[in-house]
Design a protein around this ligand. Structure first.
Ligand SMILES: [Fe+2]
Ligand SMILES: [Fe+2]
Length: 183
């Protein structure tokens, strides 16, 4: 895990005390993606690309945390037997999310988007690709919020919960960064 500055929750209004609170990571990721799309439809291409890059690094960090710290424990404690909550569902969806993100980035990298009719059509094409990504994210987040997080809240001890949750401050950092952008 890379070094980063710890940010206090009091300053953002986001606090992670239960696994269920990780839904705030999903909300912050969604908000970041929406900001990227808003910049895109305004032809603010550089800004939209920067926001997309921030989204990628944030979602990779979230996925890494889930795959290294949460899902193995969830599997060990019996979560894999939950209908709709099998370990491989989460893992396959993570791979698919990252693949769709590759497709979107590839669409941007073909050539620069100009502020004209062709550019507008390219943006429409990209928004359609992004629609598939957003639909998958919604589905995946619902699965985790229905099975992964509540199960871990039920089966972990208070100490285990505290230790595991201290390993992520992503929702707090994302909120803080969004606030500095005035969102
Ligand atoms: Fe996930
Ligand atoms: Fe998640």
């Amino acid at each position: 895990m890379h070094a980063r500055q710890m940010i206090t929750p009091e300053k953002t209004g986001v606090a992670i005390t239960d696994f269920a609170d990780l839904s705030q990571a999903h909300h912050e990721l969604d908000a970041l993606f929406t900001e990227h799309q808003v910049a895109l439809i305004h032809f603010e291409i550089e800004k939209s690309l920067q926001l997309l890059a921030s989204f990628r690094s944030a979602i990779e960090e979230h996925i890494r945390f889930e795959e290294e710290d949460l899902i193995p424990l969830y599997g060990e404690l019996g979560g894999d037997n939950i209908e709709g909550g099998r370990v491989d569902f989460y893992l396959k969806e993570h791979r698919k999310i990252l693949k769709l993100l590759d497709v979107v980035e590839e669409a941007f990298s073909q050539s620069s988007i100009r502020r004209d009719g062709d550019g507008a059509r390219r943006i429409l094409d990209i928004l359609e690709m992004e629609h598939s990504l957003k639909a998958l994210l919604t589905h995946h987040d619902q699965r985790e919020e229905s099975f992964l997080y509540p199960f871990l809240d039920k089966v972990t001890s208070r100490d285990q919960k505290r230790t595991l949750l201290s390993r992520t401050d992503l929702p707090i950092r994302l909120r803080r960064i969004a606030e500095t952008r005035g969102k």
